[in-house]
Design a protein around this ligand. Structure first.
Ligand code: DLL
Length: 433
C-alpha cells in the first residue's frame, strides 16, 4: 500500500481533529476580520469567532449555498486580490448566472496535493501514463486531474474530450495505463473501440479508470470493470471546492476526505440539523485551507453519508459514500420520490439490458407519466417478438417493484440512445420545459 503523505494520511483521528480545529479557528478569525460577506453572515447568525471553542462548534456557523456564489457574481466573495489570483474556472450551471472560482497559487497547490494523495491511493505513480479525457478549459476536470497526475510523476496525455477514435489510437500507441473521464465517456470510448476492432482488455495497457463528474452506480462499475478489464475508481468534487478533489482508495469503498483540507458534515435537507455517520443527507463541506474563495459549510446538494471508521487501507480521514444523486435530482412521479440512480441500479442488475438508458417524464392531464427507454445488449436484441416482450415485462416489473410507481418501458436497439463525451443527460423532464 502506497501513501503520498503518510504523516497526514495515517495520523490518528484525535490528532486530525485537533488540527482541524486549529485550521477552522484561524479561518473563521480571518474571514470575520477581512471578508464583509462572512462578517455580515456571522453577525446575522449571532456568532463571533470567540464562540468557536471546539470543532463541534462548526454547527454554529451559517450555511452557504450555490445561490450565494451566483448572487456575488463574478467575484464579490473573493478574499484574494486580483494580483494574488493565478487562475479562474467558470462553471456554467443549468440556470442563471455562471459561477466563477478564483485560485491563488496555494489553492492550486492544495488541490493538486489532494489529488496526488488520491491517485497514489489507487496505486498510480511514476511509470503510469494517464490519459486525461475530461474537458480542458473553464471546466475544472481536465486541468485539475492534469496537475494531480503530473505531481505523482505520471506521464500525462492531455487528450481532453472528443475525437474518440484518435483517443483510442493514442491510448494504444502510447501505452496508456489509466484514463480519467466521465463514466459515460468511457462507455462511449469502449463502444467506439469495439467498432474499430480493438478490444480494450486485450489490445491496450489500460488498467485504471478515474471516473466521476456525474453519478454512476456500483452495478455500472462492475460492468465496466468486466468489460474493459480495468479497476474503475470514483472521483468526486465540484468547481466550488476547487474541482475534482477526492478519490476512493483501492478498497473502492468511499471517497477519502482529507481532514487537513476539508471538514465534512452531512445535513438533513429538511431541518438543517447535522446527521450522524451512516445517515444520508446533503453533503456539506468546509474547506479549511482555501484562500481566494473560502467555503464554509457549503451545502453542495449531493446526497451521501459519512463513514468515520478507519479504512482498511490505513487512512484515518473520514470517507463519504458514493453519491446517490442530488437533492434537486429527485423526480416526483405521481407523488412518489424517484431518483435516477435507483433506475440505473435496477437496470444494471438485468443482464439483457445494456449500459444506456433515458428517462422521459411527461404530464398527461393531471398525471405524471414516466417512460424509461432501455437499450438492450447486442446479444439480447433479437427479432423474436416473444423474447422482447418477456424482457420488457421483466424490466417493467423490476422497476415497478424498485420505485413503487408504474413505469412505461421502451426497449431500443443497442447504440440508438445519445452518447456523451462529458456529463451525460439521462433525464428529460418535459414537465419543466
Ligand atoms: O464535475 C468536478 C469534477 C471533475 C469531479 C472531474 C470529478 C471529476 P462541477 O461541474 O462543478 O464539478 O459539478 C459538480 O457534479 O455537485 C455532483 O452533483 C456531480 N459529481 C461530480 N463528481 C461526481 C461523482 C465537477 N463522482 C457536481 N459522483 C457535483 C456523482 C458527481 N456525482
Amino acid at each position: 500500500m502506497q501513501f503520498w503523505d503518510p504523516r497526514i494520511e495515517e495520523l490518528p483521528k484525535a490528532d486530525l481533529q485537533k488540527m482541524q480545529y486549529k485550521l477552522l479557528k484561524s479561518l473563521i478569525c480571518r474571514l470575520y476580520s477581512f471578508s464583509p460577506f462572512y462578517h455580515d453572515r456571522m453577525k446575522e447568525q449571532k456568532v463571533h469567532p470567540d464562540d468557536i471553542k471546539e470543532l463541534s462548534d462548526v454547527t454554529k456557523l451559517p450555511f452557504m449555498f450555490k445561490r450565494n456564489l451566483r448572487d456575488s457574481y463574478p467575484n464579490k466573495i473573493f478574499t484574494a486580490t486580483q494580483e494574488e489570483l493565478v487562475r479562474y474556472h467558470v462553471s456554467s450551471g443549468t440556470t442563471g448566472k455562471p459561477t466563477v472560482v478564483g485560485y491563488t497559487q496555494k489553492d492550486l497547490d492544495t488541490w493538486t496535493t489532494s489529488l496526488a494523495r488520491g491517485f497514489t491511493a489507487i496505486g498510480l505513480g511514476r511509470g503510469d501514463v494517464i490519459q486525461v479525457s475530461y474537458g480542458y478549459g473553464l471546466f475544472t476536470g481536465g486541468l485539475g486531474v492534469h496537475y494531480g497526475a503530473e505531481r505523482i510523476g505520471a506521464t500525462v496525455l492531455p487528450t481532453s474530450v472528443g475525437n474518440t477514435e484518435r483517443q483510442i489510437e493514442l491510448m494504444q500507441d502510447l501505452g496508456v495505463t489509466a484514463i480519467a473521464c466521465t463514466p459515460s465517456y468511457l462507455l462511449h470510448i469502449g463502444e467506439v473501440a469495439e467498432k474499430m476492432g480493438i478490444d480494450i482488455k486485450k489490445d491496450t495497457h489500460l488498467k485504471t479508470g478515474i471516473l466521476g463528474a456525474e453519478p454512476w452506480t456500483e452495478g455500472m462499475r462492475i460492468r465496466m470493470e468486466n468489460w474493459l478489464g480495468i479497476k474503475a475508481y470514483d472521483i468526486y468534487g465540484t468547481s466550488e471546492l476547487s474541482g475534482p478533489m477526492f478519490t476512493e482508495c483501492t478498497e473502492q469503498n468511499g471517497f477519502h476526505i482529507w481532514s487537513d483540507i476539508a471538514l465534512v458534515e452531512v445535513i438533513d435537507p429538511k431541518t438543517g440539523e447535522q446527521l450522524e455517520p451512516g445517515e444520508k443527507g446533503d453533503l456539506t463541506l468546509t474547506m479549511l485551507q482555501k484562500e481566494a474563495l473560502p467555503m464554509i459549510r457549503y451545502r453542495i446538494g449531493d446526497i451521501s453519508s459519512i463513514d468515520e471508521d478507519v479504512c482498511p487501507c490505513g487512512r484515518t480521514s473520514p470517507r463519504i459514500k458514493r453519491i446517490q444523486g442530488r437533492v434537486d435530482d429527485m423526480l416526483i412521479i405521481r407523488g412518489i420520490n424517484v431518483f435516477p440512480s435507483q433506475v440505473e441500479y435496477t437496470l444494471m442488475s438485468i443482464p439483457e439490458v445494456g449500459q444506456h438508458f433515458q428517462i422521459v417524464v411527461e404530464r398527461t392531464g393531471a398525471l405524471d407519466d414516466m417512460l424509461v427507454r432501455v437499450e438492450l445488449t447486442k446479444e439480447s436484441f433479437s427479432d423474436k417478438i416473444t423474447d422482447l416482450m418477456q424482457i420488457q415485462q421483466n424490466v417493467e416489473h423490476r422497476l415497478r417493484n424498485a420505485l413503487n410507481v408504474a413505469v412505461d418501458i421502451e426497449l431500443v436497439e443497442p447504440g440508438s440512445l445519445p452518447r456523451f463525451e462529458g456529463k451525460s443527460k439521462k433525464v428529460i423532464d418535459k414537465r419543466s420545459l
